[in-house]
Design a protein around this ligand. Structure first.
Ligand code: PLP
Length: 357
């Protein structure tokens, strides 16, 4: 038997979640598949929805090239645009769209001779203060670019910093900032929403708008602690198997640092999955499911292995399947137990077998 750690990727769930992003928003939807589709496999995910996807978004030309090489013909947006002037010709050749977020990019774009004009998404900094132009400089940049022969058309975009917090008024302020500026411009298309903004169902879209769902496509709800969206289907199920079962006496400590000490006689399973596979080392008491029964991990996660408590699962023996996250075990809860977010868990998955269905 080879090492049993496996990420099962359900592409039909990915397609359903993509459709949900369109239904909830009523807008065009750019599927965000950066970082290898949040660790799920960019080519496989893109191919699963290419026949109905309005487009894809990635973080770099390398990621876009991977999709084009796999035969993806849909629009592809580079979320940070280009990083150096030398990329521009290849961007034209690959027929990608670019975000323009900084003055140096405007200078490079307007000074380079291009064989074809580019589709530009001009980014406004409406309150995130990471990338983009402040509202008072946005207008002049827009005018400069809209008259330039290298620019085919412009979508006004912005990115929310607090959309996953329903109590925050920040998102409404950011929407107002963008609307205030674009109302005087002949811009047809705008793009604001990430997954959290789509799922909170704030009315802010129309059919010419673009939404940019990421994490929701992978079946994870960034608003999970505040509201439920039962239609979201988990895409990744991370499983492994029990490779050893130990019966320990009350008072026995196990693993590195003797982090867990049994308070009763206990049955412990050793699972072939560790932080080298992407399971977070910082996880404490994270949920797991063994043979379909909920339990929790105990002790320190090590590089190749972790422990689960089997005391209440008498039938669990060597070879039992352990779900580390997926259908029964919420990736959000595992992430919370490790002080992080599911995005990071997914991006970190490696070394395991990937099985696509
Ligand atoms: C990553 C990213 C998204 C997707 O965010 P989610 O929270 O995963 O939905 C949307 N827009 C931009 C600009 C991004 O960088």
């Amino acid at each position: 038997m080879s090492r049993p750690s496996t990420a099962h990727i359900r592409l039909s769930a990915f397609l359903q979640n993509y459709r949900l992003s369109k239904v909830l928003s009523g807008a065009k939807s750019l599927a965000v598949v950066k970082a290898n589709a949040y660790g799920h496999g960019a080519v496989q995910c893109a191919q699963a929805i290419q026949h109905e996807a309005d487009g894809f978004a990635v973080a770099s030309l390398e990621e876009a090239t991977q999709l084009r090489d796999a035969g993806i013909l849909n629009p592809i947006l580079l979320l940070e645009g280009f990083f150096e002037a030398a990329e521009l010709h290849q961007i034209v050749a690959l027929d990608c769209w670019i975000v323009i977020h900084a003055r140096w990019q405007v200078e490079v774009l307007t000074k380079t001779a291009l064989p074809k004009p580019l589709h530009v998404w001009l980014k406004m900094d409406s309150g995130m203060h990471r990338l983009g132009f402040l509202p008072d400089e946005f207008l002049s940049i827009y005018q400069q670019l809209s008259q330039h022969p290298n620019v085919a058309n412009i979508v006004a975009m912005t990115h929310f910093s607090n959309a996953d917090n329903l109590a925050s008024t920040h998102t409404a302020q950011q929407i107002a900032q963008l609307n205030e500026v674009v109302k005087n411009l002949p811009i047809g298309a705008v793009s604001l929403a990430n997954s959290a903004a789509i799922l909170r169902k704030t009315p802010m879209f129309n059919a010419s708008h673009w939404v940019r769902p990421g994490i929701m496509l992978y079946g994870t709800d960034p608003l999970w602690a505040q509201q439920a969206t039962p239609e979201l289907l988990p895409v990744m199920q991370l499983t492994s198997k029990i490779i050893s079962v130990r019966h320990i006496k009350s008072g026995t400590s196990i693993g590195y640092g003797s982090m867990f000490t049994a308070q009763r006689d206990a049955k412990i399973g050793v699972v072939a999955c560790g932080y080298a596979d992407g399971y977070p080392r910082s996880a404490v008491n994270a949920p797991a499911a063994v043979n379909g029964v909920m339990t929790k991990i105990v002790g320190r996660v090590s590089m190749d292995m972790l422990f689960v408590d089997l005391t209440e699962i008498p039938n669990a023996d060597v070879g039992a399947t352990v779900e580390l996250w997926g259908d029964q075990v919420s990736a959000n809860l595992v992430a919370a137990s490790a002080n992080t977010i599911a995005y990071e868990l997914f991006c970190n998955v490696k070394r395991v077998k990937f099985i696509y269905s």
